[in-house]
Design a binder for this molecule. Structure first.
Ligand SMILES: Cc1cc2nc3c(=O)[nH]c(=O)nc-3n(C[C@H](O)[C@H](O)[C@H](O)COP(=O)(O)OP(=O)(O)OC[C@H]3O[C@@H](n4cnc5c(N)ncnc54)[C@H](O)[C@@H]3O)c2cc1C
Length: 387
């Protein structure tokens, strides 16, 4: 009888965990709400999109999920232009690191739709209830159902109840910034180039998306201080749209021509969170295990890296050990320590460097960008480091 693995959380990290463990031959139960992604959204693109790295693409392909996604809704990022707050600039091209693309931009709903489909094909047992508590080593759902497990995977997001119930160490720091997201129609085509501006205290990213009958389309992720975001979000819809368009134009200038807000605007509070990754019989993946600043668009990529490493670690355990054996989970945590540390260091470091208003810091960061732009080996490291 294969070990029973219970995955709690039905976001992308949880769905991918359940599918991956099932495909690896484990007995899997998935717990969490089943929210059907929109099946035919046409020209309406959901504002929640992710930049998936080549490693995430490889992992989702190994699960058979990549080919289930609609190729018309996947946009390759061939290059990236990063601008500092004076004259600093870095240009990164996929070919500089022999990659097919730097990333692929995909709506969250499209990834979820493909995962739901694959889970159905593999007949994964899905309990549409919520985790409530741990009692005598079993899991209790909100309806009082008791479920036993050899390994419980906590994939229930940043406010993880599994993490809280298991007493796993967790530390949260608020950035005092909000990520504001929406989609834009741009006058000029994006040519599959992602654009990013580090301004005084904000980071603006414009990501290429498929064009629609409304025109050229880009997705905006703008991290800004909470008070600016709150002011923006409190405005009536039309005023917010105009205000946003004026501010965007002031930063992006003529780079993509005139820009119009074309979808709803959402704000996500940004936090920096650290946890221990496991305790006996319980492992955390995705946002339950870490949260990083979205300026590098790497949160979900890190989460999928967790899922991939957890499945391979548990699959290669000694036959006499159980899936939730602390020795096995310790190996998982060791494997994840370096990529998580590196991503935290880069995103937190850049956030801090560009959040300092002093003139020496401004000169230093822009000069650093000029230097980095002239060093091919550094550019290769920047591209492959984000994989
Ligand atoms: C503005 C912004 C932009 C971003 N852009 C990118 C990007 O371009 N690329 C990238 O890689 N990352 C990006 N990220 C990060 C990314 O959004 C997260 O890392 C990712 O969504 C985390 O997925 P998850 O499955 O771990 O958690 P979640 O998506 O939060 O899923 C958690 C799931 O658990 C369920 N759940 C909660 N409580 C319970 C319970 N008690 N019982 C059962 N189920 C429960 C919830 O219903 C939910 O389905 C961005 C983040 C922000 C804020």
């Amino acid at each position: 009888m294969p070990d029973s693995i219970v995955v709690c959380g039905t976001g992308i990290a949880g769905l991918a965990s359940a599918l991956g463990f099932r495909k690896a031959g484990f007995n899997v139960t998935l717990i969490g709400p089943r929210i059907a992604p929109e099946s035919n959204p046409g020209d309406n693109w959901h504002p929640r999109v992710y930049a998936l790295s080549p490693s995430s693409k490889k992992f989702l392909s190994s699960l058979g999920v990549w080919s289930l996604m609609d190729s018309n809704r996947i946009t390759a990022v061939d290059a990236m232009e990063v601008y500092g707050d004076t004259d600093g600039v870095i240009n990164l091209h996929a070919w500089q690191a022999s990659q097919p693309a730097l990333a692929w931009i995909i709506e969250s709903g499209e990834i979820e739709r493909a995962l739901h489909q694959a889970l159905q094909v593999f007949g994964v047992n899905w309990v549409e209830e919520k985790f409530s508590e741990l009692k005598n080593g079993s899991l209790i759902t909100d309806s009082g159902r008791e479920i036993t497990f050899e390994l419980l995977v906590g994939a229930d997001g940043a406010k993880s109840s599994v993490r809280a119930a298991s007493g796993i160490y967790h530390n949260q720091k608020l950035y005092g910034h909000t990520g504001v997201v929406t989609h834009l129609t741009t006058h000029l085509p994006h040519q599959n180039i992602a654009l990013q501006w580090f301004t005084d205290k904000t980071v603006l990213a414009l990501l290429p998306l498929s064009n629609t009958s409304q025109g050229n389309q880009m997705s905006m992720v703008w991290s800004m201080p909470d008070h600016e975001a709150n002011e923006l979000m409190a405005m009536p819809d039309n005023t917010r749209k105009q205000n946003l368009e004026q501010k965007l134009q002031a930063i992006a200038g003529a780079r993509v021509g005139a820009m119009q807000v074309r979808s709803q605007v959402y704000g996500f509070p940004l936090t920096f969170e650290k946890t221990a990754m496991f305790t006996n019989k319980i492992a955390l993946v995705g946002d339950a295990a870490h949260r990083v600043h979205p300026l590098a668009g790497q949160g979900l990529n890190l989460g999928l890296g967790d899922v991939s490493d957890l499945i391979s670690t548990v699959s290669s355990k000694e036959p006499w050990r159980k899936a939730g054996d602390s020795r096995v989970l310790e190996r998982y945590a060791r494997l994840r320590a370096e990529p998580i540390f590196a991503m935290r260091a880069v995103t937190h470091g850049l956030h801090t460097l560009f959040n300092v208003g002093s003139v020496p810091a401004m000169v230093l960061r822009n000069a650093g960008m000029h230097i980095a732009n002239r060093l091919p080996f550094l550019k290769r490291a920047l591209i492959t480091g984000a994989n």
